[in-house]
Structures are given as structure tokens and as C-alpha cells.
Design a protein around this ligand. Structure first.
Ligand SMILES: [Zn+2]
Length: 74
């Protein structure tokens, strides 16, 4: 069997570099990059004014959700 050197890299939709390193509240790692995962609305109340899309910003190490936002993504 071949060796398994490292886990598969996380498959984020995008990665963003932070202007300054910040510590992840979950794993405690100083991050210089965060991952971004898109949110797609699948279900909605017909009177809802919520936008169709959004995104979640996660720690690139442990995938802890740091922030989530609706709308504003092009
Ligand atoms: Zn983390």
C-alpha cells in the first residue's frame, strides 16, 4: 500500500489572505488565510426577503465557521 502523507486538502470555493494573522477561536492556530464557502438558498418562505446567496468564512485549518453573510457576493 502507498503511504498517506497528508489528508486531502480542503476544497474551499475560495481562499483569502488576511491583512494580518488572526488566531482561530477553535483550533488556536494563527491563520494568515481563511477559506470561503458559498451558501446557496434551497428553500424559502415566499414572503422572505432574504437574498439567494451568501458565504461562510471558515478557518482553513479546522473549518470552524468564523463568519457568515448573506448577499453581497458577485
Ligand atoms: Zn481553526
Amino acid at each position: 500500500m502507498s503511504s498517506t502523507p497528508e489528508p486531502a486538502p480542503p476544497s474551499f470555493d475560495a481562499e483569502y489572505v488576511l491583512e494580518m494573522p488572526l488566531r482561530c477561536p477553535s483550533c488556536g492556530v494563527e491563520m494568515s488565510v481563511v477559506g470561503v464557502v458559498r451558501l446557496m438558498r434551497t428553500k424559502v418562505n415566499f414572503i422572505s426577503m432574504l437574498p439567494r446567496r451568501g458565504h461562510v468564512i471558515v478557518c482553513s485549518q479546522c473549518r470552524w465557521i468564523l463568519s457568515a453573510e448573506l448577499g453581497g457576493v458577485t
